[in-house]
Write a protein that binds this ligand. Structure first.
Ligand code: AMP
Length: 305
């Protein structure tokens, strides 16, 4: 099965206690698609400026990612910059320059429209809705969002996520979206907004999956060294969705195997943890499927009792 991913293709400037990078490949679409490409064929939708480097296109293509849906237009590629706190649990955004994304009107290639899995990575909710609308036979669609869109475009965001099968969001943003503090109440409130499945990412503390009345809790992986958490949430999404797509799982099927859903959450956690080991997408240049599966087994023994 194959997967369509939309989101930002970006250049990021990032500062963590381990160093500072002024310009590196980033963006939600980049991280989601690179992580998902270890599990499933991926086709991406987005826009880049004329400053987007050929070697970055090659990095994506080198992972087998179909870039037919990426437009190149005059202007600058999306730019984001952020700085992390000493323990890296807090992040301050210093700049979000939409640049070529400000006027982007996605036109999906015909070959994308019938693909069964769709992940709407973090970007303006209107763009996410526009892409969802163009997918004819999608079986499973879901996505991510962030504080900026919750604060600045709440109504379009609610109108967008009401049609999603699942929402993936971090805990602070889930509380912001729901207006609740208690995590169970938060989940209940969001499940009433449309998505039948909710994954709340809790950074170094793991993730929670809410599906019908069921809850699955995944621990955080204990990393030896954490260099840069940028993109970890997106890589979680890529592992989660890539695995579901590779196993042809339909979350809406009442007979859907709960174990497959839980495994998808663990593969998401595995990919998020690898992402943090180096700056940007560096870790994925050498990552192998065997390393992914070993870490999956480590998660198993971490919680086996
Ligand atoms: P994450 O750490 O998983 O939240 O993702 C970080 C990535 O999201 C960075 O590479 C940024 O380029 C991208 N990003 C940050 N803010 C936005 C935004 N408002 N819209 C789209 N992408 C964003």
């Amino acid at each position: 099965m194959s997967l369509v991913v939309v989101g930002s293709l970006a250049y990021d400037a990032v500062e963590t206690p381990h160093g500072k990078v002024d310009r590196m490949l980033g963006g939600s679409c980049t991280y989601v698609s690179v992580a998902a490409s270890f599990f499933s064929p991926v086709s991406i939708v987005g826009v880049v400026g004329d400053d987007f480097a050929e070697e970055d296109v090659q990095l994506l293509q080198g992972r087998g990612i179909d870039v037919e849906g990426v437009e190149r237009v005059p202007g600058k590629t999306f730019f984001w910059s952020g700085v992390y706190s000493e323990d890296m649990n807090e992040r301050t955004t210093l700049a979000t320059d939409l640049n070529v994304f400000a006027d982007f009107q996605p036109k999906l290639p015909a070959s994308y429209k019938t693909k069964p899995y769709l992940f709407l990575g973090n970007i303006q909710p209107q763009l996410q809705k526009d892409v969802r609308r163009q997918m004819n036979g999608v079986r499973l669609a879901g996505g991510d969002t962030m504080n900026l869109w919750i604060e600045q475009t709440r109504e379009p965001l609610l109108d967008t996520i009401k049609d999603w099968d699942f929402l993936l969001i971090n805990d602070g943003e889930a509380r912001m979206l729901s207006g609740e503090h208690n995590i169970k109440k938060t989940a209940r409130a969001i499940l009433e907004m449309g998505p039948k499945t909710l994954i709340i990412k809790r950074g170094e503390y793991g993730a929670l999956l809410f599906h019908d009345d069921d809850v699955f809790s995944a621990p955080g992986y204990l990393l030896d060294s954490l260099h840069d958490p940028t993109g970890a949430g997106d890589c979680f999404a890529g592992g989660f969705m890539g695995y579901l797509s590779s196993r042809n799982v339909d979350l809406n099927d009442p007979a859907a195997d709960r174990k497959e859903l839980s495994r998808a959450v663990i593969y998401g956690s595995v990919m998020g943890s690898f992402c943090c080991e180096r700056f940007g997408v560096e870790r994925f240049r050498s990552l192998t499927r065997a390393e992914i599966d070993n870490r999956f087994q480590e998660f198993k023994s971490l919680t086996d009792f």
